[in-house]
Design a protein around this ligand. Structure first.
Ligand SMILES: [Zn+2]
Ligand SMILES: [Zn+2]
Length: 496
């Protein structure tokens, strides 16, 4: 009996695994305990009851603890959001429930028509349903006009006046358009991941409404060269959630739901240092000063908590973002992920892909450059510098006083020159910046600052427009660059 209790104690050291996921482990890639879920390799420090700490006995790292169940649930939420409005079996008892026809054709039979809309039958439970976006879109003209005005920066009230509609029907139209866009994207996304045994992605995380301080963060990943955006998620859900907590308790399910945090005193940020190396060093210090270094919101002095809906602790959305990508990329053989220096992105990426880190089939890479760095220059002389608490191994090169640094977070050595030449996350950073520029009216409307839900359909529309319609200076869209389609889609095609 004594023995059992001792083991029980050890078992409860880590939050319970969920669906085979145990994301709490040493995250120092060079440590012999990296990825280990053997509880004997760790001690739990409970000096501060609000902040239990897991400490690796080997390297002394203290990765913040995360609730596995909540990550899995969050991944499910993100998936459901992407699939919402798509034709799928709607029988909650059925194993095909919620799996869209467009990406799971083998689960369904085409089953005649309803008017001009395609009807399907589920092979498992025989329920039938109609693809309501498959027929002629009678609203195509007005939706095109609406989008054209939205993309040229008209305020919502002007669009409503010109199209003679009330705000309610404006938002209804927006929701319909977003469903059509998700439907189009699902087909292209599936084609992309199917034909990409080797892939380089770029990830970034930024504030969705930078002037609002409302705590909504936006994580997005694109194919690094073409800019085709494969996934984007925000740590906010429009549905209310009763149980929310001020403090993060990773041992309790539901830990991801965040209440408005108390205002806290934060030391003023020192001025930004000059030079890339000093900048990277300063970012490490800022991150280590966060109460939870995987939660960028934990160091905010105050938040303007949304008046509707619920914020999710950002680490759950980011872990779920990579979990979703991992599921999409199950056939991928070699994956690079370029990202700015942000511990949350790093931790999520190496935890979700820890098996592939050990197999060396993934290259998570920090990339930082001076603003004027010209992408694609071959590396000159390379200097290696160990930086931050983690002793991350950075490689730097420079051309005429302009520097670039990369750090292979999987610990691989020898290819620094290659990564210094090709690794970049500028496409995803630009994508997010362009959203801010295009829709600044919409994003910064005073009442929208506390009601971010209205931006959700716009994000889907923007991703579809960017991937399928938006042409670069050579007249080519990201989908064309990926060889998914021969010509840009017009707005009319996007909406049909
Ligand atoms: Zn360790
Ligand atoms: Zn079914």
């Amino acid at each position: 009996m004594m023995n059992t209790r001792r083991i029980d104690n050890h078992d409860s050291l880590l939050p319970q695994a969920c669906s085979g996921h145990q994301l709490n482990h040493c995250k120092t890639v060079s440590c012999s305990n990296f990825g280990s879920i053997d509880t004997h390799n760790y001690v739990l420090q409970r000096n501060n009851p609000n902040k239990p700490m897991l400490v690796c006995k080997e390297c002394g790292a203290f990765p913040p603890i995360i609730n596995n169940h909540d990550v899995v649930e969050e991944a499910l939420r993100l998936k459901q959001q992407q699939n919402s409005g798509m034709p799928a079996c709607s029988n909650p008892e059925c194993e095909n429930h919620g799996l869209p026809v467009l990406t799971h054709r083998h689960l369904y039979h085409a089953f005649g028509f309803s008017g001009d809309r395609q009807r399907y039958r589920c092979k498992c439970c025989h329920a039938t349903f109609v693809d309501r976006w498959s027929g002629f879109n009678g609203k195509n003209q007005i939706q095109q006009k609406l989008l054209a005005m939205l993309f040229t920066g008209y305020p919502v009230r002007d669009i409503c006046r010109r199209l003679n509609m009330n705000p309610k029907s404006f938002y209804d139209q927006l929701t319909h358009i977003a469903s059509r866009c998700r439907r189009q994207l699902a087909m292209f996304d599936a084609r992309l991941v199917k034909n990409a045994p080797q892939l380089a992605l770029a990830s970034n995380i930024s504030e969705l409404q930078p002037n609002s301080e409302n705590g909504v963060l936006w994580v997005a990943s694109c194919e690094a060269e073409s800019g085709y955006v494969l996934a984007q998620d925000i740590n906010y859900q429009p549905d209310e959630h009763e149980e929310r907590s001020e403090w993060h308790d990773p041992y309790t399910d539901g830990a991801r739901f965040m209440a408005a945090p108390p205002a806290q005193l934060i030391e003023a940020q020192p001025p930004q240092p000059q030079g890339l190396l000093a900048h990277i060093d300063a970012v490490y210090r800022q991150i280590m000063a966060r109460p939870n270094f995987e939660d960028p919101l934990s160091s905010k002095p105050r938040l303007n908590y949304p008046s509707k809906g619920c914020l999710i602790r950002p680490q759950y959305t980011v872990y779920a973002h990579y979990m979703h990508l991992q599921q999409m990329l199950s056939e991928n053989k070699e994956l690079a992920i370029y990202m700015p220096q942000e511990t949350l992105l790093r931790s999520a990426c190496i935890s979700i892909f820890s098996d592939r880190i050990k197999d060396k089939t993934i290259h998570p890479i920090y990339v930082e450059t001076d603003p004027d760095w010209q992408h694609g220059q071959p590396a000159g002389r390379i200097d290696i510098v160990l930086m931050g608490w983690w002793r991350d191994r950075w490689a730097f090169t420079r051309h005429q006083e302009i520097s670039k640094g990369i750090c292979h977070l999987g610990g691989a050595k020898g290819d620094e020159g290659k990564w210094l030449e090709i690794a970049t996350h500028k496409e995803i950073t630009r994508y997010q910046q362009r959203f801010q520029d295009h829709f600044s009216h919409f994003i910064n409307e005073p009442r929208r600052k506390l009601r971010p839900g209205g931006l959700l359909p716009l994000l889907d529309i923007y991703r579809a427009w960017h991937n399928l319609c938006h042409q670069d200076k050579d007249g080519i869209t990201p989908a064309q660059r990926m060889g998914l389609v021969a010509t840009p889609l017009t707005l009319e095609q996007l909406l049909s």
